[in-house]
Design a binder for this molecule. Structure first.
Ligand SMILES: [Zn+2]
Length: 119
């Protein structure tokens, strides 16, 4: 029996126009408040506390000065948590894992070579 081969050509409309309305024109750096809360310290000064959860699930809780410039906060988010305005950058995480694996592999190879030389 001749089995009919249905020619299913996938015709998916993958043309999705990317249109993002930027409501937040006033507060450019509002995104960082997802990660920080305002607090007052012992000296009754307004400070901000980092709320980003680390890999172990514990909050960062780093206290930063509440000055006008957002740079220290953005810098903290980026340098410590690898968080940017567009969110986390998974590429970086994968790269990290990749580097760790390569590093371990080199260590193992080095160890094997040492054993070979000593024998
Ligand atoms: Zn932090």
């Amino acid at each position: 029996m001749a089995s009919p081969s249905p020619d299913i050509s996938s015709q998916e409309d993958s043309t999705q126009p990317i249109k993002k309305k930027s409501k937040t024109s006033r507060k450019k750096t509002s995104w960082i408040w997802e990660y920080f809360v305002e607090k007052s310290n012992d000296n009754n000064e307004l400070v901000i506390e980092c709320q980003v959860k680390k890999e172990n699930g514990i909050k960062c809780n780093v206290i930063l000065k509440h000055d006008r410039s957002m740079d220290n906060r953005i810098d903290h988010l980026w340098s410590i948590h690898k968080i940017t305005k567009d969110g986390k950058q998974p590429v970086f995480i994968y790269l990290n894992i990749f580097y760790i694996l390569i590093f371990k592999l080199i260590n193992i190879i080095y160890f094997i070579l040492l054993c070979e030389l000593n024998s």
